[in-house]
Write a protein that binds this ligand. Structure first.
Ligand code: SAM
Ligand code: SF4
Length: 327
């Protein structure tokens, strides 16, 4: 599929807006409601859309949320998803808190080789302050069990916030010295009514120079064909990789190959632009596969060539939170 001069081969599917965590940079600061069950796309509906998207050229799918593993029967869904023949890669982004050894083994048996975990601190007390949950140990174990069982790469996403966890930039980076992890620092994106203030946002340049003053100049790492938007580096002699995801300081729209399907069954061509195209209602109203494919292609014609989040006027700040769109 083509959008402008970009080839779109990556579909990111949010299977739920629900989450067992309350990360302060992700969920709204004020009380919020979750989407009614009846409005959430059912697995068979998601699978139909996924198959059609694969017919149109999608070869990579990432499952996200909310927290994907809070949704019931995720494993039978994943099994059917992984059975799509033209699909080359299925991966999952998770907070890791519900991933036991048995579940990780099951994922591996389905052919899932890549997992992205979110971890913003190495301190269990701080972990609870950031996520609202006392689950550090479970996440830590899930990360190391995945590594031990051969998940490769194990990616760890961290959102660094000034005065909250920025004093751990070096310690988190140091994990790459001993383990082949990909540590990726994601710039905080203001999403609607968030508890995080603008001054707490730390941009990549600052994080990178702090890492370099501790560990020496970072060596650039060439991107692989399967790589996402992270700019990748290595500490000299390290086993792992340090990546920077820079939606604010240097947007990567020109190379964005993604389309999103939200848990509400809408197609969203850009995370940071509020345009969404309904696909679930036409599907529920009985339209044909060809009509659904047209809806997918129409959504892509609206993929913006760049987002406005770095615009200081903030006029294009998305109104939804990550949990409702799918991060
Ligand atoms: N629950 C799963 C998890 O935490 O990995 C998957 C969904 S979560 C929304 C996906 C990613 O979005 C996480 O790595 C999280 O750190 C990131 N994220 C959430 N809110 C963010 C924000 N406002 N700015 C930048 N990244 C954010
Ligand atoms: Fe949940 Fe992930 Fe958002 Fe944290 S970042 S609240 S774990 S969806």
């Amino acid at each position: 599929m083509i959008a402008g001069n970009r080839t779109i081969n990556y579909l990111r599917i949010s299977i739920t807006d629900r989450c067992n965590f309350r990360c302060r940079y992700c969920v709204p600061s004020t009380p919020f409601s979750v989407i009614e069950h009846g409005k959430i796309a059912r697995y068979e509906e998601i699978l139909r859309i996924a198959r059609l998207a694969c017919d149109l050229g999608i070869t990579k799918i990432r499952i996200t949320g909310g927290e994907p593993f809070v949704r019931k029967d995720i494993f039978s869904f994943l099994e059917q998803l992984c059975a799509i023949k033209s699909l080359k890669d299925v991966s999952i982004t998770t907070n890791g808190s519900l991933l036991t050894r048995e579940k990780i083994e099951k994922l591996i048996s389905l052919g899932i080789k890549r997992l992205n975990f979110s971890l913003d601190t190495l301190d269990p007390v701080r972990f609870e302050q950031i996520t609202g949950r006392d689950r550090f140990q479970q996440v830590w174990e899930a990360i190391f069990t995945s590594h031990e069982l051969g998940i490769n790469p194990v990616k760890i996403n961290g959102v660094m916030l000034r005065g909250i966890n920025d004093d751990e930039i070096e310690a988190i980076t140091a994990l790459t010295l001993k383990f082949p992890f990909h540590i990726r620092f994601i710039e905080y994106m203001p999403m609607g009514d968030s508890a995080v203030e603008k001054q707490q946002q730390i941009l990549t340049q600052e994080i990178k120079s702090r890492i370099e003053s501790r560990f020496g100049e970072l060596e650039p790492v060439k991107k692989g064909s399967n790589d996402g938007p992270a700019k990748k580096f290595k500490i000299k002699g390290a086993m792992g990789i340090v990546g920077f995801i820079t939606p604010i300081s240097s947007h990567f729209c020109a190379e964005c190959n993604r389309l999103r399907l939200t848990s509400r069954g809408t197609l969203r061509p850009c995370l940071l632009n509020n345009y969404e195209k309904d696909i679930i209602n036409p599907l529920r109203n009985g339209v044909s596969d060809d009509e659904l494919k047209d809806i997918i292609l129409t959504a892509l014609t609206k993929k913006p060539s760049f987002h406005g989040l770095s615009d200081s006027s903030g006029k294009d700040i998305p109104i939804s939170h990550m949990t409702s769109i799918g991060g």
